[in-house]
Design a protein around this ligand. Structure first.
Ligand code: FE2
Ligand code: FE2
Length: 233
């Protein structure tokens, strides 16, 4: 049995059926994005497969397991416990599933919040988790799915922006790392726009935010606006 098959089998035994289905769907979406952006397919598949491996536990148990394994949690994370499964997931991927690749572990660890200076696999997993084909309740999905394959950084920016907007609107606490990740994306976006030739800058400056978006939490947001097409750079 291959490593991938053996991991799938273990996950199928441990995760609820819907979570397992989501897991498989994220792993294939990670591979599709890896094909598009020139990343290692097997690493992308592994990151997708293992990203929610800690979701077999509820939030309180996840916090207890973090304490047990010496995973230090910030006050901000403890106020937003839904994000913590990413931290425990990275630990389990390393210590229970034998993954040592730092890019895979990083992508799993930040898949709920993002972080400043995300690497390519971090971005692929964060976006794949939002757009995977089995997901049907996140707002602006059609637009985000299209955008993910056109401009990964822009898709990441829009999903982070929508998530923060949703959290604020619904009175939920936003983990500070999500805000930091968003600000880093915003700065990158500004720098890219400043580097554009003058005639393209006009298009780039249009704010086309999917402003009702959130990372898989909001059920009733309206669809994001269609973004003007920009030349890749
Ligand atoms: Fe997750
Ligand atoms: Fe997920």
């Amino acid at each position: 049995m291959s490593e991938i098959d053996s991991i799938r089998k273990k996950l199928e035994e441990k995760l609820a059926p819907a979570r397992y289905e989501h897991t498989i769907s994220v792993s294939f979406t990670c591979m599709a994005l890896a094909m598009r952006y020139g990343y290692d397919l097997e690493k992308a598949e592994l990151a997708g497969l293992l990203h929610d491996c800690a979701k077999r536990y509820d939030d309180q148990k996840i916090i207890k397991k973090c304490e047990k394994h010496g995973i230090a949690l910030t006050d901000s994370e403890l106020r937003s416990p839904a994000v913590i499964h990413a931290r425990l997931g990275a630990f389990l991927a390393e210590h229970k599933f034998g993954v040592s690749d730092p890019e895979i572990l990083s992508a799993i660890a930040c898949h709920t919040t993002g972080k400043p200076q995300m690497g390519l696999l971090d971005k692929i997993l964060y976006v794949a988790d939002y757009i995977e084909p089995r997901r049907d309740k996140a707002p602006g999905l059609m637009e985000m799915r299209r955008l993910a394959f056109e401009d990964l950084d822009e898709a990441l920016y829009q999903i982070l922006k929508g998530t923060l907007a949703y959290l604020e609107r619904s009175g939920h606490f936003a983990d500070e790392m999500t805000q930091k990740a968003f600000e880093a994306c915003e700065e990158l976006r500004r720098n890219k726009e400043e580097a554009l030739p003058e005639n393209e800058e006009r298009n780039g400056k249009e704010d086309t935010s999917a402003d009702d978006g959130s990372k898989g939490i909001n059920k009733n947001g309206r669809k994001g606006h269609r973004r003007k097409k920009r030349r890749k750079h």
